[in-house]
Ligand binder design. Structure first.
Ligand code: DGY
Length: 328
């Protein structure tokens, strides 16, 4: 029995709480060990646990760099993350060593677009601010101009990023009757844009003319802190800034200043730097912001399928087959 056990490939899972349906797939043909606490696996523990493993099942809370790959050893064949974002993985370094990298695009597109709309509506119609008034006595009477927000109708919405998620966000915004949807990306996507009647505009035009700016790009060296003080300065005073991509695309101090000085109207964030946001972070003192704890893809069926895709990616890589979604 021992011999069979040790001849199976071994996988280290960095989260104890991934859905079991994925882990069961792995357990059929691998030795699976996992980190046991809900906090992210500490660095030294990750370096210890990854040693000798054939595959690593990780999440965006784990930094997978050359040191982790060194600690694992030359037999490591695959790093699979239960996320569509993979900026936490040094993909170049993996490639160099012939380690295949798996991720989970597509499956979470709808859930993330849905959450983006929820955040957009919660922010522009001031849901959390208004909800507080129900409990704190601020609700005295119906009043004509009380708790008014800024509707999407007849507004100009600028999407920064127009990949799978951006396109689905645009499709969901369309029924709210905006005056215009624009998108800003390096490459034009005329066919996809035509479906949602979106126009390509450059970064400056988007900043200067949008009533809503929705960030849905990936975090890369090009997009890192692209929303800085100079970007916020160009925005309209009624602009509402939504980010469901990565906290790293925003200079958060500049965003704080823009919100405090009412340079822009409001912000809705599902992602921050760092995560979790410390309880004494100045952003938490502002009225004109809604912050969520990175729950974009947190839909039960979505997360279950993300767990299974991550497992299937690992099994495919271990068997030398085509992975369901490989970073190439
Ligand atoms: C991702 O997949 O990159 C999200 O941020 C978490 O689902």
């Amino acid at each position: 029995h021992k011999a069979t056990m040790s001849s199976l490939p071994s996988v280290f899972v960095t989260r104890p709480d991934v859905d079991n349906s994925g882990l069961e797939l792995l357990r059929k043909s691998c030795n699976v060990t996992s980190w046991s606490q809900t906090i992210p696996v500490p660095r030294d523990e990750l370096l210890r646990q990854v040693k000798g493993k054939d595959a690593l099942y990780c999440a965006l809370t784990d930094k997978i760099d050359a040191d982790v790959l060194d600690a694992a050893g030359a037999q490591l064949k695959c790093v699979a993350t239960i996320s569509v974002g993979f900026e936490h993985i040094d993909v170049q370094e993996c490639k160099k060593r012939g380690i295949r990298v798996g991720y989970t695009p597509d499956v979470l597109t709808d859930a993330t677009a849905e959450l983006t709309l929820a955040l957009l509506l919660a922010t522009n119609r001031r849901l959390f601010e208004a909800n507080k008034q129900v409990y704190n006595g601020g609700w005295k009477s119906w009043a004509p101009m009380w708790m008014c927000g800024q509707g999407l109708k007849n507004s100009r919405v600028g999407l920064y990023g127009f990949g799978r998620i951006g396109q689905e966000i645009a499709a969901r915004i369309l029924p709210f009757k905006p005056s215009q949807i624009t998108y800003t990306t390096r490459t034009a996507r005329p066919a996809e844009a035509a479906k949602v009647n979106a126009q390509l505009v450059d970064f400056d035009e988007m900043l200067c003319l949008s009533d809503f700016i929705v960030v849905c790009c990936s975090l890369t060296p090009d997009t890192k802190e692209i929303f800085n003080a100079s970007a916020f300065k160009k925005m309209k005073p009624n602009c509402i800034f939504i980010n469901t991509a990565r906290g790293g695309v925003v200079d958060q101090n500049a965003l704080y200043d823009a919100l405090l000085s009412k340079r822009i109207l409001a912000a809705g964030l599902d992602v921050t730097t760092p995560e979790p946001l410390p309880l004494d972070d100045p952003l938490l003192k502002l009225e004109n912001i809604v912050i969520l704890p990175h729950i974009g893809s947190a839909d039960i069926e979505t997360r279950k399928e993300m767990s299974r895709i991550t497992a299937r990616n690992i099994l495919a890589a271990l068997n030398g087959c085509q992975m369901e979604a490989e970073v190439i």
